[in-house]
Design a protein around this ligand. Structure first.
Ligand code: RB5
Length: 151
């Protein structure tokens, strides 16, 4: 899978670990920064990696900041992006099964390395169920169309 990843300064160390994990699992990883632990702004970093998903340049993106909140709020502004903030394996699985999330947001300050790896694995290895959930995704797309495009 082609996976873009970005973080702000709070997620920088976690990003390095997740990149290694993704490469070991043979994913094609696009590291969209940040490149050091100096303070930076999460919307800038969300824009780059989630932008690749929005433009169909990557299949998925993973965004990491302190709480995951800022990244998810920013990423969900992009067309076609369904960003889910996940704290555990269950939310990761349901974000895929029911919401077809194409961007995973992670809270580096709130969960440890081991749990974060489990969340990423669950998210990457769970498929969208479709069916009635597909109808609901279409309704999300309609909200985007009505309120964000040509408004
Ligand atoms: C940065 O201080 C912090 O606000 C950011 O990492 C994130 O938690 C925002 O939602």
């Amino acid at each position: 899978m082609k996976i873009a990843i970005s973080s702000d300064h709070r997620g920088y160390q976690a990003k390095k670990r997740i990149i290694e994990m993704l490469k070991n699992a043979q994913h094609e990883v696009n590291d969209c920064g940040c490149d050091n632990a100096e303070s930076c702004d999460y919307p800038d970093m969300a824009r780059i990696a989630a932008g690749r998903v929005s433009k169909s340049e990557s299949d998925r993106a993973i965004l990491i900041c302190g709480t995951g909140l800022g990244m998810s709020i920013a990423a969900n502004k992009l067309r076609g992006v369904r960003a889910a903030l996940c704290h555990d394996e269950l939310t990761a699985q349901f974000s895929r099964k029911h919401n077809n999330a194409n961007v995973l947001c992670l809270p580096a300050d709130l969960i440890g390395d081991q749990l974060m790896s489990l969340v990423v694995n669950s998210w990457l290895n769970t498929d969208f169920e479709g069916g009635r959930h597909a109808r609901r995704i279409e309704k999300i797309d309609a909200i985007e169309k009505d309120f964000c495009e040509g408004a």
